[in-house]
Write a protein that binds this ligand. Sequence first.
Ligand SMILES: Cc1cc2nc3c(=O)[nH]c(=O)nc-3n(C[C@H](O)[C@H](O)[C@H](O)COP(=O)(O)O)c2cc1C
Length: 192
Amino acid sequence: MSKVLLGPTTLVLPTPAFLIGSSVDGKPNFMAAAWSGVVNSDPPMISVAIRPGRHTHRGISQNSAFSVNVPSVDLTRETDYCGIRSGAKVDKVAVCKFKIFYGKLATAPLIEQCPLNLECRVVQTLELGSHTLFIGQVEETHLSEDCLTDGKPDIDKIRPLIYTQAPFRRYFAFGEVAGQAFRAGLELEGKT
Ligand SMILES: Cc1cc2nc3c(=O)[nH]c(=O)nc-3n(C[C@H](O)[C@H](O)[C@H](O)COP(=O)(O)O)c2cc1C
């Protein structure tokens, strides 16, 4: 098999498309973020990499708090809008008609229309170059009741949005199930 060299890139596919919430000068604001993910399980932590120029960067720095809101595919337009307009210029909450609520952290606004919301308290900040990495400890997780099946989160009901970075620059919904994790590999040992 032949490969072409693309040089050092950040090309990992896919990435999430989250809506990062913060309170900037006392006002709720949301930004689309693809460079975000789980970094620790105990205690639960999530990181998000944000360029210093963003209004969101200002909000997180002011309060040491942010929220991770997982949009469903129904919120594709709103998510994209929050990624192409800055809260420094427009009121994204008003344009997107987001209904805001708060949990444990008074400065981590949450979006009711997103099926899944996590409240995070910043525990570490790393200046990496182009981006600042904020590591947040998850203080609470909120899941819409109608996304439960038998009392457990149901991915088919959450329907999270996925993003594929340049050169694709497209949003996707989950496709077909490829296998059962922590079990599919056992087939290689003849076990099922
Ligand atoms: C799908 C998508 C993902 C993005 N991911 C990030 C990211 O991870 N980090 C970042 O700094 N900007 C990211 N951006 C750009 C910001 O969302 C964008 O600059 C936004 O306008 C910033 O809003 P704010 O100024 O209100 O914080 C992304 C944009 C899109 C459309």
